[in-house]
Design a protein around this ligand. Sequence first.
Ligand code: HEM
Length: 92
Amino acid sequence: PFVPLRRITPSELATHGARKNETKTYWTVLEGKVYDMTPYLPYHPGGEKELLRVAGKDGTKLFNLTHPWVNWDNMLRGCEVGILVSENEMLK
Ligand code: HEM
C-alpha cells in the first residue's frame, strides 16, 4: 500500500536539537529530507559535537561546506524520518 512520507515542521524538528531536548533523538535536514542522526553519532569521523551543531535544524549548508563529496543519501538510508514542510504547508 502507498505510505505517504511523514511531514515535519521546523518547530517539530527543533524539538530534536542539541539542547532542551526531551526526545533524546537528534534530527537534521539534508536537501529537504529529515534524518534521525542518533544511531550515526558514534560513527561520525568528524565527531559527535560537529553533528550536534546541525541537530534540530537544516544541516545542508554546513554539510556541503565541510564535505560535499560524502554521499549522505546512501549513508543515512534507514534513518529517514520524513520531509520538511513549512508551518503553513502543514495547515493545508
Ligand atoms: C568527516 C559523514 C555532518 C564535520 C566525515 C566523513 C563522513 C562524514 C563520511 C569522512 C569523510 C572523508 O574522510 O572523506 C557525515 C554525515 C553527516 C555529517 C553523514 C550528516 C548527518 C557533518 C557536519 C559537520 C561535519 C554537520 C559540521 C561541521 C566533519 C568533519 C570531518 C567529517 C570536520 C573531518 C573529520 C576528519 O577527517 O578528521 N563526515 N558528516 N560533518 N565531518 Fe561529517
